[in-house]
Design a protein around this ligand. Structure first.
Ligand SMILES: C[S@@+](CC[C@H](N)C(=O)[O-])C[C@H]1O[C@@H](n2cnc3c(N)ncnc32)[C@H](O)[C@@H]1O
Length: 255
């Protein structure tokens, strides 16, 4: 066996044994294209890929190749994932609705609505972010977590005529000031757990594996711990890797 093959085998074992032991793996800091390659080669198919990059305005700055960058992420995600979530502001995410790489298909345009954004400019006060939900046609969707006791009982009896899912607008306050104090980590673009909880309840069960290559403060990991699915997390910023280690009580793997 070549030396490279041995290394790849070891890497795959490290990741799988950490996932079995802790349910979570925090990778060392690396660029999203490297972590995609690492996961594709050493883990293979995953159930859900969370793509939450900077949004090309405000925090994180502007990159001229933003559309190409996001398209390359969608393409990489499409090769290994059943479900993909892509976050951004509406006018940015809109660019990708007609460019969905096969075998992914458009599933839903989700809106995260928050009322508590402090206005710093004159004019409209931004109160929404968009999340595009893309899925393969055969991808599993879990609706039971959203049913009431009564609906579950009716379903058992075969009397539920249709299964209502959650609304495509998720209302949750921004974690700022006193709001969401117990969740706040200091990451400048941290998502509220309530928002991610809804996305993952619909797409992941205890058997599922989620990959979040730009995990920031580790919100995906926090929900994985609560809801019982497995997750691989990464970010290119070493400070944020430290932040998620602290939040999740877990050290990064050494590769
Ligand atoms: C919007 S934040 C993610 C927030 C996260 N969902 C949370 O709830 O904390 C975007 C993250 O993408 C990371 N990021 C941006 N470009 C990256 C790249 N090329 N490779 C890896 N991570 C990247 C940033 O460091 C930042 O933490």
């Amino acid at each position: 066996m070549l030396e490279n093959d041995v290394a790849a085998k070891d890497l795959s074992l490290v990741i799988k044994s950490e996932l079995n032991k802790n349910g979570l793996v925090i990778l060392p800091p690396m660029d999203v294209s490297t972590s995609f390659e690492l996961v594709s080669t050493n883990v293979g198919d995953i159930d859900v890929c969370m793509l939450d990059p900077w949004y090309n305005k405000g925090i994180g700055g502007v990159r001229d190749d933003y559309n190409e960058f996001v398209m390359s992420l969608l393409t990489k995600a499409s090769r290994i994932s059943q479900h993909v979530f892509l976050w951004g502001f509406p006018e940015i995410v809109a660019n990708f609705v007609s460019r969905i790489p096969s075998p992914l298909e458009y599933n839903c345009w989700l809106t995260w609505y928050y009322k508590n954004n402090p206005s710093v400019i004159r004019g409209w006060r931004s109160a929404q972010q968009t999340c595009l939900h893309l899925s393969r046609s055969e991808a599993q969707i879990f609706l039971e977590p959203f049913l009431t006791e009564k609906q579950l009982q009716k379903k058992e009896e075969g009397k539920l005529r249709y299964i209502p899912g959650p609304p495509s607008v998720i209302e949750a306050a921004l974690n700022i000031g006193f709001i969401g104090r117990n969740e706040q980590t200091g990451h400048p673009a941290q998502k509220p757990e309530k928002v991610y909880d809804t996305l993952f309840k619909m797409t992941a069960n205890s058997e599922s594996l989620v990959f979040d290559p730009m995990a920031g403060s580790g919100t995906t990991g926090a929900i994985a711990n609560k809801n019982g699915f497995k997750a691989i997390l990464c970010d290119h910023n070493p400070d944020y890797i430290e932040l998620m280690e602290k939040r999740l009580g877990l050290k990064r793997v050494s590769l």
